[in-house]
Design a binder for this molecule. Structure first.
Ligand code: NDP
Ligand code: 8X3
Length: 251
């Protein structure tokens, strides 16, 4: 029987590449994001390979999250795999000049949004005593870098919540794991620098950064392990990167 995967943040970057890869493996796919035009376009693209359903909601809106997920047509309603991927950094400022709206966005999206989506899906996994939840953290979940303060805090929270989920869901045979990428060339830096594409592209200049497809491949590897294998915690960086701040650049 085909498995169903729900991916948040599927309109761009890692989430989109993951949806594209899993479509080729013929999973049933629920793609989520706020940008309806992108969801429509992706649904059309993936429908060549598999059945796809789009859900447009803002993960910050807990009622919208619960209503959307509860409204899934029966065919898509049993979620076997949840990829909690929606998230972003907003700003890169020292703590003393950080913007309150940026802080709210990062805590509300990266932490509370992940919890709301999980809350909407975990009960059915518990009921069925099966499921797999993958939370996308970051190297920023494992270390803190200058001006990363609140983003790193939000990702450390994702790391802790992931461990907590794994403990609480252990009696129900639900797999839970975190995947923690280093620098991946997506729209991430464009969002962080509020649309400044020059500043954003400079982040990835002079080395070979990870691409969204690299993370999608890893997600597929993690999901496709045998039943008794759970990859609990995985950190991945480009070869040029040794830590959040140590990157071997050729310029
Ligand atoms: P992108 O900016 O390319 O994608 C982010 C996705 O999150 C988009 O699909 C966006 O959809 C969705 N999203 C953002 N805010 C919301 C919201 N309020 N409600 C619903 N969906 C939202 O970035 P990445 O693909 O790089 O990021 C994916 C994840 O990977 C994030 O959690 C990020 O922190 C993490 N990560 C990224 C790294 C990188 O270097 N790129 C490294 C390590 C981790 P939409 O705008 O349509 O709502
Ligand atoms: C993103 C990693 O170091 O580019 O989570 O902020 S970093």
């Amino acid at each position: 029987m085909k498995k169903t995967i729900l991916i948040t943040g599927a309109t761009s970057g890692i989430g989109k590449a993951t949806a594209q890869l899993f479509a080729k493996y013929h999973y049933k796919i629920v793609i989520c994001g706020r940008r309806k035009d992108r969801l429509e376009e992706l649904e059309k693209e993936l429908s060549e390979y598999t059945e796809v359903h789009s859900l447009a909601f803002d993960v910050r809106d807990k009622n919208a999250v619960l209503e959307s997920i509860n409204s899934l047509p029966e065919y898509f309603s049993n979620i076997d795999i949840l990829i909690n991927n929606a998230g972003n950094a907003h700003g890169l400022d020292p703590i003393q000049t950080g913007d309150l709206e940026d802080w709210d966005a990062m805590i509300d999206i990266n932490v509370k949004g992940l919890l709301y989506v999980s809350k909407a899906i975990i009960p059915q996994m518990v009921e069925r005593k099966s499921g797999h939840i993958i939370n996308i953290g970051s190297t920023a979940a494992k270390e803190v870098y200058p001006n990363g303060n609140v983003y790193c805090g939000s990702k450390h929270a994702v790391d802790a919540i992931t461990a907590g989920m794994r403990i609480d869901l252990n009696p129900f045979s639900i797999k839970v794991g975190g995947i923690h990428p280093g620098m991946v060339e997506t729209e991430f830096s464009e969002v962080r620098f509020k649309g400044d594409t020059n500043k954003a592209s400079n982040v990835y200049k002079g080395f070979d950064p990870l691409q969204a497809q690299d993370i999608a491949d890893i997600i597929h590897f993690v999901v496709s392990r045998p039943y008794h294998v759970n990859i609990a915690d995985l950190v991945v960086m480009s070869t040029a990167q040794a830590s959040s701040t140590i990157v071997k650049k050729d310029i």
